[in-house]
Design a protein around this ligand. Sequence first.
Ligand code: NG1
Ligand code: MG
Length: 510
Amino acid sequence: MAVPTATSLRDIYPEDAVPAETTRWQNLLAKFKDTYGKSADFVARSPGRVNIIGEHIDYSLYEVLPMAITADFIMAVAYRPDEKPRVRIANVNPKFPSREFDIPEGDISIDSSEHEWSNYFKSGLLGVTQLLREKRGPFVSVGMDILCDGTVPAGGGMSSSAAFTCTSALAVLAANGEDKVDKKELVELAIVSERNVGVNAGGMDQAASVFSERGSAIYVKFKPSLGYTSIEFPQTDPELTFVTAQSFVAADKHVTAPVCYNLRVVECTLAAVFLAKAFGLKKALPKDSSPLEVSLRGFHDTFFEEKDGIADNTTASVADFETQLHKLVQLTEDYLPLEEGYSRSEICDLLGVSEDELNQRYMSKFPVRADKFKLRQRALHVFNEALRVIKFRSLLSEPPSTDLAYLKSLGDLMNETQMSCRDIYDCSCPELDELCDLARSAGAVGSRLTGAGWGGCTVHLVPKDKVEAVKTAWENKYYREKFPDITEDKLKESIVVSKPGSGSTVFKVV
Ligand code: NG1
Ligand code: MG
């Protein structure tokens, strides 16, 4: 399916957001004219997301259930008829200084050690260039003048990075005449692109940003190949409402990646390799596979293929898949006993490789720092979280009996995720825990961090009649306590009732 082309902001935003968005877009286009002395040709747009359930399991290739939000990244673009193609890129937010650069004939270089906002554009440009070279042969992008405006808070757990990268890739494709952009191709491209910025990301955020349709969350699958199903929330009384609350603890993945996000990806990969080796699986570890191709899900499917003769596990019934996951939890408990974690030399002994080989193979592209790798805990989180996603999805497709009990059963799964993120996956922080505790005490039925964690944002399932009480609890006991000078505007921004928004769009300026 192709990325839609919009001609009215009503195609993109919910009715109540249209007036403010109209002002914002008019401002972007007017400022574009002021900056570059000409009109923009089109605007590319991709939203942020809230993940409802399925945390830190996308890079292990298990299903996740996010939704797009209204906040987004918009990018007004005009082609430049340069002989030597050049990019000028600016942002309406003065925090992000204007940049200019030539587009090289070879690959554009990105210094991911430097935290530079325009790197996200370059990562999209690089991804598109590589894709179009495969499709068309020799290719250098046209030059572009660009003005950006993002409303997804940076470092706020709502994936401003994916919104920016997806928008960039979409803009470069559109500028180069690819006006029927396939959604799946865009997601795959944006996933690879974002890795150029130094984070070994899974694919959830880019999928949510591109695939989403207004009014529905999406169930994203990565196996046998990337795809999604739109999921509508059932009507309940009291109405089921998702509310997000920012912790204002900045989760800067670029700084923390080697000890947080990228380390978790390595731990999950090593857990998969370790288990595959412990069970003597042959196919799970092809000699020339890259670390990104080794996943806990890969181990899972291969295990049941080689042990139980299941040729294609992607067609397993929900009940069988749940049984398999329970079995894997048990096996992890038995075969990965060390609570304190595994040292490099312990891992090397089992795998029969040298430390140099281990580092080179799994920790060179995205370096990590750790003495011990908590393989047991990481695998346990992943298998149990995959189970929770399946249960959550099943509940959404079952008609509720009594509505409040039904909301509570959904909420319980979210609460379990939070416990697992806090105690087993070590990706929460005291502020996120506090926001969750406050919400639950004021009537939320489910509360958890959303996104990578270590700061950023929380998401809460709140019966509609309890939303005000939850907001008040946060305002008085979290925001005004921690930030006594907080303005009313900032308070408004920090708590949002999230409705599922629409995905990527190209808007033609006429
Ligand atoms: P955020 O919080 O948007 O950086 C990250 C990853 C996801 C996923 C979640 C955890 C990126 C772009 N996204 O999200 O792929 O792994 O953490 O579930 O790095
Ligand atoms: Mg991100």
